[in-house]
Design a protein around this ligand. Sequence first.
Ligand SMILES: [Ca+2]
Ligand SMILES: [Ca+2]
Ligand SMILES: [Ca+2]
Length: 284
Amino acid sequence: MQRNLLCAATIACVMLSAISCKKDDTATLPTASLSATSQTISESAGTASITVTLPSTQSTDVTIKATLGGTAILNGDYQLSTDTTLIIAAGSTSATLTFEIFDDEVVESDKTINVSFSSTNASLTNSTATITITDNDTDQSSSGLVSELTWDAGTLVDMDLYLANNVTISDDAVTDYTLLSGSTNNTGFESLLLSNDLDDADYYVLVYFAEGAREVTYTLTNRADGNTVYEDTYNFTADEEGGAYFYGPFTKSGTAYTIGKAANSVLWDVKLVEPHWHKGKIAK
Ligand SMILES: [Ca+2]
Ligand SMILES: [Ca+2]
Ligand SMILES: [Ca+2]
C-alpha cells in the first residue's frame, strides 16, 4: 500500500514536472515577424527579399524554414540567392531570404512566389508572405511569329532559341543550315521573333540546350497574331546538353505562317544532338 502511494506520488510529480516544463518552453519562444507579407515588384526589379526579425537578441540560434510555392517558376522566373533555411544567429535580430528575379522577354501573366515560414524554436506573427512579379514585356506578335520557351521548376538550366533557314535535312538528320538570329539569356526564359520583314521562306526554330544537369520539361509556344498556334512539352535529359532540336518548318508567306510540312505533320521533324550540332555554323 505504501509502495502504491509512493508510485502514485512519483507519477503525479513527473506529470506536474512535464506540464511545468512544457509551459516554460512555450513561454520562452521568441516571436519573429516578417518585413513584408505582401509585396508587388516588376520583373525588372532585380531582387526581392523578405526579412525575419526578432524583437531582441537570443542566446542561441533561431532557425526559420521557408517553403516556396506560387505560380512563379523556380530557376525560370527567379532563383534563390540565399538558402531556404534562415538562421538568426545568437546575438543577431534578423535574417533575410533573398531572390534574384529574371527579366526575360516572354509576355506572361503576373506570377507569385508564395513563401510559408515555420520554426521549431520561434513563434511567428505571420507565417506566409507573397511576392507578386508583374510582367514588363510587350507582345510582338503583330510584327511576326513569336516563339517563346519556358520550362518547369528545378535546378538552374540555360536553354536558348535560334532562328535558322536554308535547313537541309537528309535521312532525318540536319546536314546544313544558316543561322539568322538568336535569343540567349543565361537565366530565365527565351523569346524569339520570326519577323514579317524577312523573306518568304521556310524557317526553323532551334531549341538549344546550353547548360544544365537535369531532365527538363519545356514548353515551346508559337504565337501569330496573338494566338497560340502550337504548344508541347518534351523531357530534355542532361546528357543531351549541347544539343539542339529543330522545330519546323515555319513557312512564311507575307504575314501568314504555316507550321509543319503538311496538315497533321509532326512539328519537330528532326532531333539534333551532338556531334551533329557542330556541323552547323554556330560558334558558342
Ligand atoms: Ca522582361
Ligand atoms: Ca516576362
Ligand atoms: Ca538561355
